[in-house]
Design a protein around this ligand. Sequence first.
Ligand code: GLU
Length: 285
Amino acid sequence: MTDFAQMTTTRFAPSPSGLLHLGHAFSALFAQAQAKALGGRFLLRIEDIDITRCRPEFEDGIFEDLAWLGLEWDPKLVFRQSDCLARYDQFLHLLEESDLIYPCFCTRKEIQEEVANAPRAPHGPDGVLYPGICKQLSPEERQEKIEAGRPHALRIHMDRAAKLTGPLSFHDQELGRIAVLPQSCGDIVLARKDIRTSYHLSVTIDDALSQVNLITRGEDLLHATHVHRVLQALFGFPEPRYFHHPLLTDENGKRFAKRDKALTLKALREAGTDPSALRARLGFS
Ligand code: GLU
């Protein structure tokens, strides 16, 4: 039997919330090239927890586009995050038992109002950090709100978590060893109001359980790695290696986005683009 723990495993994990574009093509080819160069394997995972934005036709498009691009993956190992909610819940329970998460009933507006009174509130990659309003609630107040059916997210108690894990770091192929700054994202949401998980929770669990040990993704997600390392340490998962790659930009230096229709892989495919020429253009001949 193959010992996957010894073998390099990379993955590409797109969200079916739009058509794939050249930036995705680069990222997918990058992950596969890393696996190939190290004699490893490459996995594909569908990150579809954003239930309001994900659509089956975009998921079909992912498979079509990537096959056209020449990527190879084991279809038996492909899974959707929306099928794994019970698994994510088990890990949320672990955090709950250790008193490392708390329910947050705040609306976006309430958070904004609170922060408007604190102009020097610390900021993170997605704007102002959660000011901790619901952290102050007593167990009775929490219970009351939950019983009243108030929608709530679950946030990590980052100060407690960081105390428990002690100092952490990660290794990025280009940047070297980086010290984890647990507070850089604050008490980030681990389970959203609309679905009992989040990008951070799902990705950390899926990568570990799929034995992904070389995580390649765009450098725009470098900040997320700080959160993921904390979660890995709390769950006792091994530390993967990272390769945050530069983002592909157009001739004007602008990042590709799902809303730009012109350079979707579907459009290129339908215009008769030669996939091997495209691979070469992206630096993967
Ligand atoms: N679903 C994420 C995206 O499309 C993947 C992020 C990751 O690779 O961790 O950006």
